[in-house]
Design a protein around this ligand. Structure first.
Ligand SMILES: Cc1ncc(COP(=O)(O)O)c(C=O)c1O
Length: 457
């Protein structure tokens, strides 16, 4: 029997889950099949059906703790890691990150509500967005949630609302520091040409304007330079730039007490990826801010960061059931699964790569076939893997895709009226639903047939 080298045999980094392809509780049972969180994947599918999102609690908690511990080590007593909930927003995620002492960032009333109902204290939530609605701003202000201003339109409305409520509002501003990152251009947000944040050249004018706003106090700066970043230098530079902006704001009488350096630390989706550890990343931002503050004799601000992907991605997997095969001789063999771009839009949107294995043969023993794994949607581009080596498999077998905890369920859709999969939490051999499976009937809940049309029928 030939054994292929599999990513599943690689040593697991227990301290920094973002450096592993698989959740840290991944194991191969006595039956030779895949287990996560002590649960047999085959049994989970029998119980919850397919496709299925699975989150591993231990990996999630390790990631949160890695941020907390590193910040305490390199920036003691004055930090707040906040979870970027766009990566995966739910009552469960809000509750879990909050139980680990993290705050949360939200970009819509839906994410804000989910955070509050999930138990995140309002003083640990920040509200972002390049086009907040009036209703969303009012919701945030009424709930004492810190708003991060993105543009002049935000400023006008915050000024108005602070005067209407006759309340002094502490605000933060987001600016674009002009740092380029070697990442996919659709998720590059820190360069000058970005829809997010105030341009750095505009800041003096902005500081002046805020100074003249009766009920606004500028207390914090924010920048986020991109996502899935493997280099440390951009964040080192960002720390220095932000401290320089504190100095500049001081000249206008603003006392900046918080620096939020955004998220962006990458994760290992495939064997080609080699992201820094959470500890290294936090050390980089902390050291950079401490050094620059020392240089200018400034008090240390509260240091915030906003990791999303590196908190939740590696904890998540998606299980699909194989259906149809289509062999095109001399070209390729398509293997189709029961999900695709509606539960994971990243491959079609960003050409993202993942790692996967068969649940019944995780080590890919006797792998000898190259397949293209296609989703079930009416879109030729709905392909999850362009080429993957797998052992013999057949319709009905299960495939596990790793690293799907972030930007999968939160970016999912009902394209082709396909119901969203359920999501399950696993821990110590137990499993519990954290998001119910949608049914085709659920999808009709928001459809309305106008009266006139009902009569005609
Ligand atoms: C403002 C902001 N903060 C944080 C994040 C989280 O980034 P990541 O998931 O790469 O850590 C994002 C993601 O795009 C973002 O736009």
């Amino acid at each position: 029997m030939e054994e292929n080298k599999s990513f599943l045999t690689q040593e697991i980094d227990l301290k920094s889950p973002n450096r592993n392809i698989v959740p840290i509780t991944t194991s191969i049972g006595n039956d030779g099949k895949l287990y996560i969180g002590g649960c047999s994947i085959e049994e989970l599918i029998k119980k919850y059906d397919s496709p299925l999102y699975i989150l591993d609690e231990i990996t999630l908690r390790k990631s949160c703790r890695a941020y907390k511990e590193a910040l305490e080590k390199y920036y003691p007593g004055k930090s707040l890691p906040i979870y970027a909930s766009k990566a995966n927003s739910s009552l469960f995620m809000s509750n879990l990150v909050s139980s680990e002492g993290l705050g949360l960032d939200a970009v819509s009333e839906g994410e804000l509500l989910t955070a509050l109902k999930g138990g995140v204290p309002n003083e640990k939530i920040v509200f972002h967005g390049n086009n907040k609605s009036d209703k969303e701003i009012e919701f945030a202000v009424r709930n004492n949630i810190q708003v991060i201003l993105d543009n002049d339109y935000d400023l006008e409305r915050l000024e108005k609302i602070s005067n209407t409520f006759n309340r002094n509002l502490e605000i933060m501003i987001r600016f674009t520091p002009g740092i380029e990152c070697h990442t996919h251009e659709y998720i590059r947000t820190g360069s000058f040409d970005s829809k997010f944040g105030f341009g750095i050249d505009y800041l003096n004018t902005l500081f002046d304007r805020i100074k003249n706003a009766k009920n606004l106090s500028l207390r914090g700066l924010h920048a986020h330079i991109g996502s899935q970043i493997f280099e440390l230098d951009p964040h080192k530079d960002l720390g220095e730039i932000m401290v320089n902006v504190i100095l500049n704001a001081k000249k206008f009488g603003h006392d900046i007490k918080k620096l939020n350096l955004g998220g962006g630390l990458g994760i290992k989706y495939t064997e080609n990826d080699d992201p820094p550890s959470i500890d290294e990343w936090v050390k980089t931002i902390s050291t950079s801010v401490v050094k620059a503050c020392k240089k200018y004799n400034l008090d240390l601000p509260t240091l915030m960061c906003e990791p999303g992907r590196s908190i939740v991605s590696t904890a998540g997997i998606t299980i699909y059931t194989i259906g149809a095969f289509k062999e095109i001789p001399g070209i390729r063999t398509y293997l189709s699964v029961d999900g695709g771009m509606s539960d994971n839009p990243r491959p079609i949107t960003y050409q993202s790569n993942y790692s996967a294995c068969l649940v019944s043969n995780p080590l890919n023993i006797n792998s000898k076939n190259t397949y293209t794994i296609a989703g079930k949607h009416c879109e030729s581009g709905d392909v999850l893997f362009k080429e993957i080596e797998l052992a013999d498999c057949k319709s009905g077998d299960l495939i596990c895709v790793f690293g799907t905890g972030a930007y999968n369920i939160s970016m999912s859709s009902n394209y082709n009226r396909i119901p969203r999969p359920a999501a399950v939490l696993v821990c110590n051999g137990e499993s519990e639903i954290i998001q119910k499976r949608e049914s085709p009937l659920d999808l009709l809940n928001y459809d309305v047939l106008p009266n006139r049309f009902i009569k005609q029928n």
